[in-house]
Design a protein around this ligand. Structure first.
Ligand SMILES: *[C@@H]1O[C@H](CO)[C@@H](O)[C@H](O)[C@H]1NC(C)=O
Ligand SMILES: *[C@@H]1O[C@H](CO)[C@@H](O)[C@H](O)[C@H]1NC(C)=O
Length: 288
């Protein structure tokens, strides 16, 4: 029979391996299709540290992350004690994300915002799979077609056929209703997404605008991204696919690493506790 001493000499290497696995695993997923950084921005105005406004932002961000476990869009307004400190916020997940992925994406976005926008009154971030924004001026329910990010790929590679397919895909995006739209023809794929606070008609108007700009500004580019303040439209051609195109933004990578390490450590601690409880049970069993 094994003694207590020889048992614990087996335990330590095993735990080290488990914790090591937990720490290294998230690095595979940091460039996955939902976590990739697309853009982020902060207002110039800053708030006082430890102010009521800061605690309102914190409770807003907590509400957003919690809410993303059961909805793909939600908005919150946190008033606090004085109307002076009111903060508005929302998140929108890409329409094809299942709920656990939506919540994971929003949690990552919020953790990256912390590093990106320190003590600014407002901030917004777009990852591949979700969008998060907050501000002290209301923007909820307001259609906004300001161009936030425009990116066109290289212009070589389209013949007349390819260009026709690209235009057909964009046309199908414009023609299908709803906040989330996908289309594809041959090797060309397209996606469009509205923020959930737009009405059906506003979404239609916003997506049409984004598509018109894509056609106009990106010409024959092999991929195009047009992010307006309340909607986006994107297309790509095989080989320049946006879902697998990681953006290596340094600050976001640092934020992601911190997030991954915290999750890894928490998982490691949980495993140690479970394992020790298991061991104790076995030892008690042998003691009887
Ligand atoms: C937002 O906060 C800034 C800085 O505290 C302030 O100057 C601005 O007037 C506020 N905007 C609104 C709409 O309350
Ligand atoms: C904000 O959320 C509330 C409650 O969920 C909802 O009734 C309202 O329509 C939403 N407003 C916008 C602009 O989406």
């Amino acid at each position: 029979m094994l003694s207590r001493g020889s048992r614990s000499s087996l335990v330590l290497p095993l735990l080290v391996t488990l914790v090591h696995l937990c720490l290294t695993r998230p690095s595979f997923s940091s460039s996955s299709s939902t976590d990739g950084f697309v853009f982020g921005g902060c207002t110039q105005q800053k708030y006082e540290p430890d102010s009521a406004y800061e605690s309102n932002i914190n409770s807003l961000l907590t509400s957003l992350v919690n809410s993303a476990t059961y909805a793909s869009y939600n908005n919150f307004t946190v008033t606090g004690s004085s109307s002076h400190d009111v903060v508005y916020g929302l998140f929108q997940c890409r329409g094809d994300l299942a709920m656990p992925d939506c919540a994971t994406c929003v949690a990552r976005a919020v953790s990256q915002l912390g590093g990106l926008c320190t003590q600014t009154c407002g901030a917004a971030i777009q990852l591949q799979g979700c969008y998060v924004k907050y501000d002290n001026a209301t923007f909820l329910g307001v259609e906004d077609k300001t161009v936030v990010l425009k990116k066109c790929g290289p212009s070589e590679g389209y013949d007349a056929d390819g260009l026709g397919r690209r235009d057909a895909v964009l046309g199908s995006l414009a023609g299908s209703g709803g906040p989330y739209r996908v289309g594809g023809s041959g090797e060309v794929q397209g996606v469009a997404q509205c923020v959930g606070d737009l009405s059906f008609g506003e979404c239609q108007d916003c997506v049409s605008d984004a598509i018109g700009r894509l056609k106009n500004d990106c010409g024959q580019a092999v991929y195009g991204d047009m992010f307006l303040a309340k909607c986006y439209a994107r297309y790509s051609t095989a080989g320049s696919h946006f879902y697998s195109k990681p953006h290596n933004d340094k600050s976001s990578n640092d934020g992601e690493k911190t997030f991954a390490i915290i999750i890894g450590l928490l998982a490691g601690v949980a495993l140690i506790i479970i394992f020790l409880a298991f061991l104790r049970k076995i030892c008690e069993g042998h003691g009887k």
